[in-house]
Design a protein around this ligand. Structure first.
Ligand code: AMP
Length: 399
């Protein structure tokens, strides 16, 4: 089957066309600045050059139309017509407590996603626009939604409740939801497969370290804790996000700087993390590593603080699961950044594991970093959220 995977943001749309039989990516691309001046598309057929061009995209429906045009284009296309697309799989950020797994789209599901919009006001409405646009252009084509939060719905109450008056959970559903669930699920499954074991027999800590970053504790096949919370701001220090901090900082900083709470949260989301800690040097870990090598002390400190936070979470989740068998690194930084993995390695030795400097030189590949016979296996497992969405879509269609 040919599955179109769509990841819709407020002004962007990422896509991949995947052949689910071979799991090959037939084409992929990105529409940017939808509804804004300067909208453009970058499209790449498998084995071909990436073609980038300016294109008028006043809304997401226009973007979906353009994606279909590219996919069926005689030169850069990979299918003859729209009818070759068997199904569409959409990434949806927040499924609240209503969705503990992927589902096929119908009007009830759309209402359910709408109901979760106040928990993810930037993301869910954009995801819904993507679904509606695809429905308009591909009527009758089955669609599935895969939620970032769903995998973490197995967390026990003790892990997801905040120490707030219980009525706020009851009234507003304020709790830990966690994100990157598709990745934590995919990577923990794959880690077990690589080791020739059943995930149900393992306690796995997945460190999804990208621009956004989160850690999860996957005990015997189920997520039992994760570092992101009600929103993706909690937990690790990230590219531009602060992660954990004393909530009193919000009112303190608001008063000192003459801001309101929303403005402070905006700073916590966009100007903090390693970008903020490094004095604005960069949110990109490649730049930070280079800057640290060139003697930039703030960049070095930012990397140290980042790694220390990851190390603390690994310790916490080892306690949460009463032990750990596997630590898996994934996403942009986790897969590629050997220097950051070395820094994190400072905090895992006591568990009976290590990061071998030679094996650590590999990038973006499945590799076991720890020595043979180590008590805990440390490994790199590249994530593939699009493939996971395509697989889920096929699974739902075959049910
Ligand atoms: P993601 O959000 O998963 O795309 O991850 C983005 C982060 O991954 C950026 O901070 C990049 O610096 C980092 N990254 C991506 N590719 C590489 C690479 N080849 N070497 C080092 N870091 C990388």
């Amino acid at each position: 089957m040919k599955i179109l995977v769509i990841n819709c943001g407020s002004s962007s749309l990422k896509y991949q066309l995947i052949d689910s039989d071979t799991e090959a990516v037939l084409a992929k691309g990105l529409c940017e600045r939808i509804g804004i001046d300067g909208s453009n598309i970058a499209h790449q057929p498998a084995g071909g050059e990436k073609v980038k061009e300016m294109a008028d995209m006043p809304d997401h429906t226009a973007a979906v139309k353009l994606v279909i045009e590219k996919l069926t284009d005689p030169k850069v296309g990979v299918i003859g017509s729209l009818s070759e697309i068997d199904a569409v799989g959409h990434r949806v950020v927040h499924g609240g407590e209503s969705f503990s797994g992927s589902v096929l789209v119908d009007e009830e599901v759309i209402k359910g996603i709408e109901a979760c919009s106040d928990l993810a006001p930037l993301h869910n409405p954009a995801n819904l626009i993507g679904i509606r646009s695809c429905q308009a252009i591909m009527p009758g084509v089955p669609m599935a939604v895969v939620f970032d939060t769903a995998f973490h719905q197995t967390m026990p109450e003790k892990a997801y409740l905040y120490g707030l008056p219980y009525e706020y959970y009851q009234k507003y559903k304020i709790r830990r939801y966690g994100f990157h669930g598709t990745s934590h699920d995919f990577v923990s499954k794959r880690a077990a497969e690589i080791l020739g074991k059943d995930r149900k027999d393992l306690r796995i800590i997945v460190c999804h370290l990208g621009n956004g970053a989160s850690v999860s504790a996957v005990a015997y096949g189920k997520s039992v804790d994760t570092s992101m919370g009600l929103t993706p701001l909690e937990g690790l220090i990230m590219g531009t996000r602060s992660g954990d901090m004393d909530p009193a900082i919000v009112s303190f900083l608001a008063q000192k700087e003459g801001l309101d709470a929303a403005q402070v949260i905006d700073i916590c989301n966009k100007k903090s993390g390693v970008l903020g800690l490094s004095g604005g040097a960069s949110s990109d870990f490649r730049d930070l590593v280079d800057a640290a090598k060139d003697g930039n002390a703030l960049a070095k400190n930012a990397l140290e603080a980042y790694a220390y936070r990851v190390g603390k979470y690994i310790g916490a989740y080892t306690a949460a699961m009463n032990g750990v068998d596997v630590i898996a690194f994934t996403a942009g930084v986790g897969e590629n950044n050997a220097e950051v993995r070395v820094l994190i390695g400072q905090y895992i030795g006591y568990l009976g594991t290590n990061i071998d400097p030679e094996k650590n030189k590999l990038r973006g590949e499945e590799v076991i970093l720890s020595d043979e016979g180590a008590k805990v296996v440390t490994m790199v497992v590249p994530t593939n959220e699009e493939l996971a969405i395509a697989r889920e879509t096929v699974r739902l269609l075959n049910q």
